[in-house]
Design a protein around this ligand. Sequence first.
Ligand SMILES: Nc1ncnc2c1ncn2[C@@H]1O[C@H](COP(=O)(O)OP(=O)(O)OP(=O)(O)O)[C@@H](O)[C@H]1O
Length: 874
Amino acid sequence: MQAASRGRTSRGSRFEFPPSAPRSKSSALSPPTVIVIDDDEDDAVVLPLCIKAETARQHAVSTSPGQELFTPPQPIPQRKRPRSDQGDGQPSTNKRRLSTTPLPKLNEQQQQAVTSSIHKPSLIIAGAGSGKTTVLQERVRHMIQRGVPPSEILVVTFSRKAAEDLKRRLVQSGMPGADKVTALTFHGYCFRLIMQNYHRLGFTAPPTVWGDASDIRAVVKEAIRKASLDTARQQAIRWLHGINGLNLHSSWEDVLQAVRTRYPDLYARCTAQADGTLQAEKVQSETRQRKTTEKQAQGAHTAAGKGVDSASSLKAALERACLMEVCTRVYDALYQHCMKKEQQEPRAGDVPGTKTVKQMKGHLSLCKGHGHVASMYDAPGDEFGAVWRAYQDILHSCNAVDYDDLLSLAVELLSTDQVLARERDRFQMLLVDEFQDCNAAQIALVELLQKGRGFVTAVGDNMQSIYGFRGADHRSFQLFERAFAPQTGPSIRRPLDVNHRSRPEILQAANAAAAGTQPAYVRDKVMKEKPFFEIDKVKDAMAHLHLIVNLHDDVAFQRLLERPPKRLGGTFQDRLKREQAALALQQHKTHVSLHDAAISLNEGGSLTAAVGKNLNALLRFLDEARVECHGMSPSQALSYLLKRSGYLEWQKKQNDKRSKDKQQRHQSKVTRLQPGDSDGSGGDDDDQVGDGFSSDEEDEQSTWCQGTAGLPGPLCTRRTGSGCRQKQQGVYIGTVHSAKGLEWDAVWVRSHEGFGELPFPYREPQDLPPPPVVSHPHLVHVSNRLVADREEHDAEGQRLVYVALTRAREHLFLYTERSNFEFDSDYWGPHKVAHEPSPFVRKIRRNAPGCCEVKARMTCKEIAAGMPRDWQHV
Ligand SMILES: Nc1ncnc2c1ncn2[C@@H]1O[C@H](COP(=O)(O)OP(=O)(O)OP(=O)(O)O)[C@@H](O)[C@H]1O
């Protein structure tokens, strides 16, 4: 950084400028600034939007939710925000203020909100930066001061970061017992509840939580396959039309009898197959055939022997073979069809009804978010309902749940008197942050926990509602009032009108961006770092852990099959899948686990020597590991497993081929896996359990596996991705969703055309899941309106921009690169694409011209020079 001379802002903070930079007003960076970086040149090029630095900063800004936010903020009372200037006038670093500084002196409205009766419901709806979270924290302190035992206070937030922050702040405030307060995400709370009561939900052991997006997609794919199988049964019935009085409800057994009558040859062939004489059909190559003749003969002998020994097992084997023959005729065609469809992105004009895996996954999540359950989609022939039921069957037989299930299962638990009474006893007081983003299940949880009692405080902001696409219920505040009005009467709402965070100009710009016309949405490709729990090595390690606590975890088992050192190829996996399907038919189950199928194949003795050896070794390894890991801590178990399975050795060989720095990166990834609390009792570490909103779109990730035998549970693994980077010195890079509730002195927002785009594009009504046919057994307010209309969807995009801009305290930079490389492998390969500034930037310029100044160009040096001196190293 070059030597610099000093300038002075109206507030007295000192900024440095390089000698070469002109010292006109336009070069002194005042927020907000829109910058266009031209990557053709070394220098950045700035367009945009600089604030007149001398405009008011000495007053607070009026802010209130909803429409009023669009009106230009009125300078009202003196803003007495205690800045964290460190004596020399330098602004604070880019850490969240709440986590590092003492609580501010509350204004009158805040004071009232904090001290209102703790035995009455309170709803605080206020704009960004008005101190909602601060009030929530202070209210907890107030409750403790009023004699509420801290362990009976439950604070629910929307992200783990927010929960951790709140807890830390409470502890730092020195309030005795503050560390006993429970601060969790909704999903964290539900997870804990389910782990403590899993047996009431029909689980025989604590379920595994499947959160990885690609794993879930694989399960959905399998569910589509299974649902197709049912369609196949119906097709087979049509194929065998009229025989033995078959109708569409006939079982596979009836189908079998019909085959026997109509196609005796086929039936005989299947009999022969069951006797083991056609085993060779499974062997693909001549070479392999020769090598395995002996083994096959042995296997055939065993199968035949079994058949002779027992008439019933011969019948079962016969049925199995025959059924498979019939099923696969139609089933394969359907499966291929489904899989082919899955490769394609949904496009306008796609035939409605045939859903892709991605669509199905989205629909499942959306419906679960709305509090629906599979049984609500029981209409015959309903494709979505069939897939959903198959999906749940797979989860159930693998003793697993997904993130969305955590909420609905918790609702189910709290709908039983015993659990509800215990939880209400355990947590007297409930406080909820970001209430505007609650979905039906979350609202139901709040209602169940406090209905008729009303010791609940909720805070939120309509303008920051950005989770509609995941089922956040737009009526959340209304529903809150309806549920708790009997306890409060009409005075339930408490306003907070003063923004204490951002400079007025920033707020004006944010309001301007969110006001007026609808934004245009343009698809944007974002290159982002792979989330920690999606890194292959991490998934490998987690698969080992998951399997030793739950052998029926098919996702983990599949992974161990696919990955070295126990690699078992695609042919074997196909065989295993067939065995799995056959076993399920034979046992009249919708699903049996891959592990069970593997045991069956292993015992069948019909595998080639090499495959048989590998499979046997894998099964033995799992059996032994479950015994050996008994009582170990998760990190010990992980070390043992990776070593014992040969994975580490394999990795070492791989590492030898890598450069040294790559090795170090890998090592650091593995060591990031940290064990959580070990007694499962939900101590302090329990709030490490993540919020479940992070699996694919956001930066924070959390995964769980639970102990059975001796393994401690829950094992919480924490991601040290950008969420943790925030705690270090440096720049936090994240999505707008992940930044919600947080604040920084300086915020840079990339603002080219895609800015404001939601994670999911708008879906036309025909692309939505069908409405449920029956209502939910537990939820009171389940909305049948699955997704808001286009107008609401666009408004949510605007709110996303509003949230982004209001994260800034002092400096807001909106920048657009003039052009950048984008990757298009299908056609041109990487090529440069020109970027236009976002429509929001145009709106800020149009609607709030007085608050910002637009710069056409700015060099990188000038940008850096505009930063406070102690930031220039960043
Ligand atoms: N009375 C006050 N005086 C000075 N500063 C305050 C006061 N109340 C809150 N603040 C500060 O204002 C900032 C915003 O507060 P807080 O995060 O609680 O607002 P919020 O309404 O939860 O914001 P958002 O909804 O945008 O996340 C914080 O830095 C907080 O310390």
